[in-house]
Design a binder for this molecule. Sequence first.
Ligand SMILES: [Zn+2]
Length: 355
Amino acid sequence: MSSKKPTAIITSARYQDHQTGRHPENRSRAVALHELAGKLLTEEADRFSGLDPVEVDLARLEAVHAPRYVAALERFCRAGGGKIDLNTTVSPASYDVALLAAGGLLQGVDAVMAGEAANAFALVRPPGHHAVANSSEGFCLFNNVAVAAKYLLDHYGLDRVLIVDWDVHHGNGTQDMFYDDPRVLFFSSHQYPLYPGSGRLAETGEGKGRGYNWNLPLPAGCGDDVLFRAFDMLLEPAVERFRPQFVLVSAGYDGHWRDPLGGLNLTAAGYASLTGRLKELTATYCQGKMALTLEGGYDLTALTGSVEATLRVLAGDTPQAASRADEAGPGPGGYSPEVSLLQDIFHEARQLHKL
Ligand SMILES: [Zn+2]
């Protein structure tokens, strides 16, 4: 047994009980990830520790969501569920599972804050980053990452929390909730244009929160290298300036080249490298304190390979070693967007944020 702290994996078979039928965000994602977690927890028990999630307290949830919305969602689910907005479906158990998703991430946060785990990954569903204060949106019921950020501010009394969102879609709900709050730096890289339509460079925050909202809208097909540059040229100096006390990650894997919804042409090895970069940054600024929560990712091979690669880097593997388990491979590659277009995006981001 090594004396090194383990990486906490939050996993539960109950995440399969949010039934959405024929929908990209369906229970098979939770089945595949629960199996992956079981394998790692059994075979590498010295490096990973499992946490069984409990439901979030309503007070924690209602620190970011309107109580009327929470109550309405509960009623709608208990009454049998169905389509609750344009693209989100719920079943009778969905309300409870959504409480368990937000609660799962908070347990990861607690384990890291207590020093019991080096870092944590909550393999939850439903995802959260599109959910706004008073409504579900885009497969999301409660904004798990926002609940966790608010928890770190309120319960632990932190002053500076960084949220990195590498899902292929813009985390509009998260942006909304902290748009005027300088205690939360939100950094989202996403394909643009794409659902939900927000996430322009010029959305930098308002009031005291101006300058604490970073969007990096990227053209389809841009690939791993562009994300690496975004992290190195934009996220790193942003973090250096902000000096976060904790890092939360909205970890979506729908930017993978196999994904049916996104088209950023990323790979499992790419996600492993992004995780490695974040690990280095968190080691420098907040003793490695980091908790990830699952957002999108709708191709099961891409999802499991990328999540495994991420978990292995969190547990100490090099990104190169961690991505060996990936079965999806490097993808077609070959396409890269106009270099000048990317240069313009990066240049404008640096100017807007006075780097
Ligand atoms: Zn997404």
